[in-house]
Design a protein around this ligand. Structure first.
Ligand code: GTP
Ligand code: MG
Length: 292
């Protein structure tokens, strides 16, 4: 059997489950299931929603059905990378420290492995360190990058990156953005301008706006997710740092509240620590700790 990466990622979450259900069961009570979900940082509103439909004793099939239901419909739809769109242009957004820059390196690796030519854009011009950090990844991964000096207009970087990427004939463009500016309002305006500018450099760009959420924040990251969605519209979510947190259940809350596909999850600090999210495997991994 293939090594279950979700098991590794959800280790802390599964440890928390073991405290509630020390030995695996055929059926558990509603109270036990509720406690497991609470411990895994599923938000209370969703827990109530899940419990409504469940009988007093729950077996694996019922639990599986209830949890999978959260991912039904649009949440499972993914935008395929590329297709006829070349270059396929992505903007990566999220609060500072969420893991944007690291995740860009990881995404670039995924595309590289598929034989696609990638170009990065250092659109976080707010901090010099941000430009350096992305440049360092670009160098390590031998990927070209468009970068300017700190303080320059990030929209100009967006424009230059897309123009350059089209001229070079790259397959993918990934653009970094700032997680924080002087004010929240500035950030919103800046991001909106970056999106508009992308559209000027290439019709209907960007193809995908990816929101990065810090997995260690659990369900409390949903409010910021909603804000970003209001500001520029989010097409896909990547949850980072799921290694080493017991808040693995927050993915359920995020999917339920946002109704936006969860594309990947981050499982560490190296460029290879990104796995495609798969709702069934994720749920089966959690249920595997509960039921025989
Ligand atoms: N353990 C773990 N650490 C991660 C993961 N993703 C990112 N990190 C770490 O989180 C920290 C912040 O990551 P960055 O990529 O710099 O985050 P950012 O969103 O670009 O931050 P700003 O540029 O400050 O807005 C770094 O130390 C990363 O190595 C992950 O999946 N797992
Ligand atoms: Mg960054």
């Amino acid at each position: 059997m293939m090594f279950n990466i979700f098991k590794k990622v959800l280790k802390r979450t599964n440890d928390a489950i073991k405290d509630i259900i020390p030995t695996k069961q055929q059926r558990i009570t509603k109270d036990e299931f509720e406690e497991i979900l609470l411990e895994s940082d599923v938000n209370y509103e969703l827990i109530e929603h899940i419990m409504e439909k469940l009988p007093s004793k729950i077996d694996r099939d019922r639990a599986r059905e209830a949890l999978l239901d959260i991912f039904s419909g649009e949440v499972t739809q993914k935008v395929t990378i590329g297709g006829d769109r070349r270059p396929f242009i992505e903007m990566v957004i999220g609060v500072n420290g969420a893991g944007k820059t690291t995740t860009i390196a990881k995404l670039a690796r995924v595309y590289q492995r598929e034989g696609r030519a990638v170009l990065l854009g250092a659109g976080d011009t707010f901090r010099a360190a941000a430009i350096e950090q992305l440049s360092l990844w670009a160098e390590r991964l031998s990927i070209p990058i468009i970068a300017t000096k700190q303080g320059h207009d990030p929209s100009a970087v967006v424009y230059d990156t897309i123009v350059s990427g089209r001229a070079k004939g790259v397959d993918n463009i990934i653009i970094d953005t700032a997680g924080r500016l002087h004010t929240q309002k500035n950030l919103a305006k800046e991001l909106q301008k970056m999106v508009r500018t992308a559209g000027k450099a290439m019709e209907s760009a960007p193809d995908r706006k990816i929101l990065i959420l810090d997995g260690t924040q659990g369900s409390s990251s949903i409010n910021q997710a909603k804000r970003f969605h209001e500001i520029i519209g989010v097409d896909g979510i990547i949850v980072t740092k799921l290694d080493g947190t017991a808040k693995g259940g927050s993915i359920l809350s995020i999917a339920h509240e946002m109704r936006i596909p969860i594309l990947y999850i981050g499982t560490g600090e190296t460029p290879d620590d990104l796995i495609e999210f798969n709702a069934e495997r994720y749920i089966d991994t959690i249920l595997g700790e509960i039921f025989v």
